[in-house]
Design a protein around this ligand. Structure first.
Ligand SMILES: [Cu+2]
Length: 177
């Protein structure tokens, strides 16, 4: 199933659950308020456990995921490794990429800036997954290291709403073997 449908399904399920929650709450509210004291105590007890639970989940998630960052494709190569520099300038509403010939398994450093407003330089692989991104900002140059692990037709997109024709900021990026 395409990812969009998975996301849509999750969204619809959540919307239905939320609607059910509203209906149940509205029905319960009809019989008028209960004594406040016991509700207050129970609420505070639950809140304390909930806080501890969330802290454990957050700390566990960070501890598990941080060692994997940055993702292998976007790791900075060692200082002695040869790097090809590609200059990227974002415009409303196009990309200027120099030079455009990019070869797989070589270290590429995209030097990304913007000629006008904030954009987001985002690279999608041939399957449509985001593999790298960095902010494109006026007066600032950000470096993004990418080592493409397979050749193919990638896509450059803008990941930040930058104006009326933001969605037209698409440029194919061919990675050669
Ligand atoms: Cu944009």
């Amino acid at each position: 199933m395409p990812q969009q449908f998975v996301i849509l399904t999750i969204l619809l399920v959540c919307a239905v659950l939320l609607a059910v929650g509203f209906v149940v709450t509205a029905r319960l509210a009809r019989k008028g308020p209960d004594d406040y004291e016991p509700i207050h105590d129970t609420g505070y007890r639950i809140r304390r456990y909930w806080f501890v639970f969330l802290m454990v989940v957050a700390a566990g998630g960070l501890g598990y995921s941080i060692p994997h960052m940055p993702y292998p494709m976007t790791r900075k190569p060692s200082a002695s490794a040869p790097v090809t520099t590609v200059k990227v300038t974002a415009h409303q509403f196009s990309w200027d990429v120099q030079p455009v010939d990019i070869v797989a398994h070589r270290h590429i450093r995209f030097e990304v800036t913007s000629a006008d407003v904030n954009h987001d330089f985002m690279i999608e692989d041939p399957q449509g997954n985001i593999v790298a991104q960095v902010q494109a900002m006026p007066t600032v140059t950000n470096s993004l290291y990418v080592t493409f692990d397979k050749p193919g037709q990638y896509l450059i997109r803008c990941g930040e709403l930058c104006g009326l024709y933001h969605t037209s900021m698409i440029m194919p990026l061919v990675v050669k073997a």
